[in-house]
Design a protein. Structure first.
Length: 336
C-alpha cells in the first residue's frame, strides 16, 4: 500500500509499505482523510516534536476518517464510515481515576514518542484495535469527521474549564484548535471573543461564530473581562496577557502546547485575583461527543480551509504551516 512517511527534517516521501493484516480484536480501515496537526508539522519541518525525534520512517496522522475495509469478527460491516480514537492507554494510576489519557505507557497514532514509533493514518490502510473505532452517523461527511479528534481536544479543554454556558470567554489564538474551541464554546452557550495577532485567522473565527474578534496589538483585548480564557497559541509571551484578561476567581486553560523550556511569565495578576491556571492534555473519550456535535452543527466544517491530495502532501504541509493562508488542512488519501 501507499503511505506518506517522514524520514527526517523536511524529508516526506510516498513509500510502498506492506498492507497490514488485522489481528485478534483488530479492524483494517480504508483511509479517507487525515488532518495535519501541529505535531505533524513539527515532525516534518524539524524532524522532531519536542524531545521525540524521528528515528525511523514515521507515518504521521492522528486526525482521521475512513471506512471499514476488513473486520474479521464481522461486527463492523465493510464500508462502515468511521473515525478513530488515536490513543491506547497504559495501566491505571489510582491517583487519577477516570483520566486514562494521563496514565503512562499508552501510545498515540503518528507519534515518535515510543520505540518502535506508533505509525499514523496517512496511508491507504490502517489497522487499529476495534475499540478505537467510532462509527459515524450517515449525515456526517468523511471530510468533516476528520475534525473529531481535534474537536475532542477542544471539548476536553472546555471540560477542564468547568463548562462555558452563559460565560464570557476569550480564546487566545485562532489557529485550528482555537477555531474549534471557539465554535464549540459558542455551540455550548458562551459569549466568545477570539484574539490573534493576524487578521486572517480572526476572519475565520468570526465565520465559526465568535461574537467579537480582536487583533492583538491594534485594539485592547480587555482587562478582567472574561470568566474563562483558553490560551491556544502556545506562545509563552501570550500567557501573561491571559492572566491580565481573566476576571477575579476566573479560570485560564492552557490548550496550546508550549516549548519545554524556561520562559518568563508574569503571575502577579493571577495571584492577586485568585484565578486558576489549568493544564490541558489531549482528551479521554470526548471524541464521542465530538462526533455528535459535528453532525449537529455545520459551522464546524468551516474550520477546514484546504483539502490536498496525498500526492501533493509537501504542499499540504507547507500551507498548513501558514496561519495567514489556512485553518485546518486535510490530506485526501488516495480514494480517487
Amino acid at each position: 500500500m501507499r503511505a506518506l512517511t517522514i524520514h527526517g527534517k523536511q524529508d516526506l516521501r510516498q513509500d510502498e509499505v506492506p498492507t497490514p493484516e488485522p489481528g485478534p480484536g483488530q479492524v483494517r480501515l480504508r483511509m479517507a482523510y487525515a488532518g495535519i496537526c501541529g505535531s505533524d508539522l513539527h515532525y516534518y519541518f524539524h524532524g522532531a516534536n519536542g524531545q521525540f525525534v524521528v528515528r525511523e520512517p514515521l507515518v504521521p496522522g492522528h486526525e482521521l476518517s475512513g471506512t471499514v475495509e476488513l473486520d474479521p469478527s464481522g461486527a463492523l460491516p465493510t464500508g462502515t464510515p468511521v473515525t478513530v480514537h488515536p490513543a491506547t492507554f497504559g495501566p491505571a494510576l489510582p491517583e487519577v481515576p477516570g483520566k486514562r489519557h494521563l496514565w503512562p505507557g499508552g501510545s498515540y497514532l503518528g507519534s515518535a514518542s515510543g520505540w518502535p514509533h506508533t505509525q499514523g493514518g496517512m496511508s491507504e490502510y490502517l489497522v487499529v484495535d476495534r475499540e478505537m473505532v467510532r462509527t459515524l452517523p450517515p449525515t456526517l461527511s468523511l471530510a468533516t469527521a476528520a475534525l473529531a479528534e481535534p474537536l475532542a481536544v477542544a471539548l476536553h479543554a472546555i471540560r477542564i474549564a468547568g463548562g462555558v454556558r452563559a460565560k464570557d470567554v476569550l480564546v487566545n489564538g485562532s489557529g485550528p484548535i482555537g477555531l474549534l474551541v471557539t465554535a464549540a464554546a459558542v455551540a455550548l452557550g458562551a459569549r466568545v471573543t477570539a484574539s490573534d495577532v493576524l487578521p486572517e485567522p480572526l476572519e475565520r473565527a468570526s465565520a465559526v461564530g465568535a461574537h467579537r474578534a480582536v487583533q492583538v496589538g491594534l485594539e485592547p483585548v480587555g482587562t478582567e473581562a472574561y470568566d474563562v480564557v483558553f490560551e491556544c497559541s502556545g506562545v509563552p509571551a501570550a500567557i501573561s496577557s491571559t492572566f491580565v484578561a481573566v476576571r477575579r476567581a476566573g479560570v485560564v486553560v492552557q490548550v496550546g502546547m508550549v516549548p519545554d523550556e524556561p520562559a518568563p511569565v508574569a503571575v502577579a495578576p493571577l495571584i492577586a485575583k485568585e484565578a486558576e491556571y489549568r493544564g490541558c492534555f489531549r482528551f479521554d473519550d470526548e471524541i464521542d461527543d465530538a462526533v455528535r456535535m459535528l453532525d449537529d452543527n455545520p459551522a464546524f466544517a468551516q474550520v477546514i480551509t484546504h483539502t490536498v491530495r496525498a500526492q501533493d502532501a509537501v504542499e499540504a504541509f507547507t500551507v498548513a504551516r501558514d496561519s495567514r493562508a489556512s485553518g485546518k488542512v486535510l490530506v485526501s488519501l488516495w480514494r480517487d
